[in-house]
Write a protein that binds this ligand. Structure first.
Ligand SMILES: [Zn+2]
Length: 163
């Protein structure tokens, strides 16, 4: 994806207020991120470990979502599947909850999905990051098809957030 600026990132959020988008912590090392290998930009807030963010260049523009991960101390030894990139992790997948956009979100509506805890789906798909033995299901898709699938899953996730 194209490298993002802090301004673009802050302007992309669909499910938080302008004030929240202004205050949330955007990484300072944007220039050093492996943009060529990213299909979306995801990060965890180092100051608030239960918070995560992802920003994706979707067909209708740049879309960002603020997420909260739930602590799941059980199942650390159980393998679970990221719903975006379909990488199987042992203990490396979190239930991320995104408040819905607009009025529904203010009333407490949210959308949850199991997502790689480090939000590094793009790197797992490309084999640049390893989630351990058996983390990739045997499949015949090409890398491009897997990337497309990840983006398709992301589009569906955002559609639920903004529905
Ligand atoms: Zn993933």
């Amino acid at each position: 994806m194209k490298p993002l600026t802090e301004q673009e990132i802050r302007a992309s959020f669909v499910n938080c207020t302008k004030g929240e988008a202004k205050r949330l912590s955007v990484p300072h090392d944007l220039a050093d991120r492996p943009w060529d290998d990213l299909d979306f930009f995801g990060w965890r807030d180092p100051q608030a470990p239960d918070r995560g963010y992802l920003v994706a260049p979707l067909a209708d523009g740049l879309r960002g979502a603020a997420l909260r991960s739930t602590h799941a101390p059980s199942g650390q030894n159980r393998r679970s599947l990221c719903r975006l990139c379909l990488t199987a992790h042992t203990g490396g997948v979190s239930l991320m909850v995104a408040p819905k956009a607009g009025k529904a979100g203010k009333q407490g509506d949210s959308v949850g999905a199991y997502i790689c805890s480090d939000l590094a789906c793009s790197l797992y798909v490309r084999g640049k990051k390893d989630a351990g033995m058996g983390s990739r299901l045997p499949e015949t898709l090409t890398l491009e098809e897997k990337i497309e699938r990840t983006l398709g899953n992301l589009t569906a996730f955002f559609a639920k957030i903004t529905a």
